[in-house]
Design a protein around this ligand. Structure first.
Ligand code: PA5
Length: 443
């Protein structure tokens, strides 16, 4: 379902070097398939498309139906990193860009920053609406979602009463440990489990992603089916395996040609959050031990009018991975104008998508001429099935790629550094000893 086209790298890479890297990628594939590599206790995501039970989906439907019966028209999804990006990516990709879907609640996201303005404005919205909340934290102790949840929880309790609040709050967290689990048990919230062997950024196909996506009105069974058929196609080992090809080429460009930046490009703004989800997946999985490709993203043609100059002509340390959607869902034809003052009549009768495609092809040639290799990943349309396939493809390819690079794809030790300093500055109990030193250093 997900196709890879490496034609845009041909002029940069010899066949011999590519086949060398295919060999390395196949070795890495074997480590992932054989589950012998670093972090192999976090491989539960590999079988999620067929492991998610009908019972889990039915429990999600019960939450959806209960909230519908209460007239809930706003769901605040609280979480950060892997605990919100997958759901946001799918909901943004599948939703109308301007009109709210009828008959389902609006899903908004909070707890992914510490901006006072953002939280206050989200609360303004909550106060105007019939509100429920899904709080997601695998560890159950992350500061950003905990701060947002404290506010939303007390608002819901004050507005609807404590007993009703327990029906309007759902927690998705660890099966046994963490502050959120303790609170959820104490308050009697409906809970869903993030499996122990699935890390946050690989969790979109658990209730972490599935519940918010379903609440927003989308078909999670189709998403799992799309992911499962991608899983089956990636089970076939060989030089034609799409994940092996992607992992091989991006590592070759990085290690042999100093291309340390990968830009995920889409010519469809619905994929803006695919870029955000992908950046977390690859950034946290590969950026360690002083190694890794820096993941960036742009939306075209929008960003050709901002980042385009740099990509065409700036430092030559980057390559692009373009995610192409072969078929637009809608047709818009450009009309004829008798005056033709804008001189666009040469396009009369053409679809806007035709112009978009020509812009994509023109950009490909220009960027290749400018020294930027281009990989292409394509799906036939944007729908639940193809999103499921893309999620699975990128996760699997990430595992192969990180093992090829020689890092553990499934940990994120670097994320702790800012937290320690922040806790010391906030004088969190247990961190007082570091406070003085940190205060000295920031003077
Ligand atoms: O990929 C990861 O594990 C992280 O980015 C987490 O998703 C993120 O830090 C949120 O963690 P938690 O769900 O424990 O609140």
């Amino acid at each position: 379902m997900v196709k890879v086209n490496l034609g845009g790298c041909k002029s940069f890479v010899s066949d011999a070097l590519y086949s060398d890297y295919i060999g390395k990628a196949l070795d890495a594939y074997d480590v992932l398939a054989g589950e012998q590599g670093a972090g192999n206790d976090f491989l539960g995501w590999k079988t999620l498309p067929c492991d998610v039970t009908e019972d889990i989906i039915c429990r999600c439907e019960s939450v959806r139906d209960l909230w519908a019966s209460k007239g809930v028209d706003l769901v605040v999804v609280i979480g950060i990193g892997g605990s919100y990006l997958g759901a946001r990516c799918a909901i943004e990709a599948l939703s109308h860009s301007f009109v709210r879907k009828q008959g389902v609640p609006q899903v908004v996201f909070a707890g992914n920053n510490l901006s006072e303005d953002y939280i206050a404005e989200m609360m303004d919205l909550a106060r105007q609406r019939n509100t429920a909340c899904v709080v997601i934290s695998k560890s159950g102790t992350t500061t950003e979602p905990a701060v947002a949840f404290r506010l939303v929880k007390s608002y819901i309790e004050e507005t609807y009463g404590k007993q009703e609040a327990s029906q309007r709050i759902v927690a998705i967290t660890d099966a046994v440990k963490g502050a959120l689990k303790t609170l959820a048990t104490q308050e009697g919230y409906t809970t869903f489990v993030v499996p122990d062997n699935v890390g946050g950024r690989f969790s979109v196909l658990t209730p972490v992603g599935l519940l918010p996506i379903m609440l927003a009105g989308f078909d999670v069974r189709a998403m799992l089916a799309g992911a499962d058929s991608e899983r089956e196609s990636l089970l076939v080992r060989g030089a034609d395996n799409a994940a092996v090809q992607y992992a091989a080429m991006r590592n070759l460009l990085y290690s042999e040609q100093g291309k340390g930046v990968e830009i995920l490009v889409s010519f469809n703004p619905k994929f803006q959050y695919l870029g955000e989800w992908w950046k977390q997946l690859y950034g946290e999985s590969e950026g360690k031990d002083r190694k890794g490709i820096f993941p960036a993203s742009v939306i075209c043609t929008t960003d050709l009018h901002s980042m385009g100059q740099f990509i065409q002509d700036g430092s030559r340390n980057m390559f692009e991975t373009v995610v192409t959607v072969e078929n637009a869902s809608r047709e818009v034809v450009i009309g004829s104008d008798p005056q033709n003052l804008d001189q666009l009549n040469y396009l009369a009768g053409q679809r806007v998508e035709h112009c978009n495609r020509m812009a994509q092809l023109g950009t490909k040639l220009a960027h290749i001429d400018g020294g930027v290799p281009q990989l292409e990943i394509s799906v036939d349309a944007i729908n639940e099935k193809t999103l499921g396939a893309l999620f699975y493809f990128f996760e699997f390819a990430c595992g192969v790629s990180a093992y090829l690079l020689g890092v553990n794809p499934f940990n994120q030790p670097g994320v702790e550094a800012y937290k320690k300093n922040m806790f010391a500055l906030l004088r969190k109990p247990g961190f007082e000893a570091q406070s003085r030193e940190i205060l000295e250093r920031i003077k």
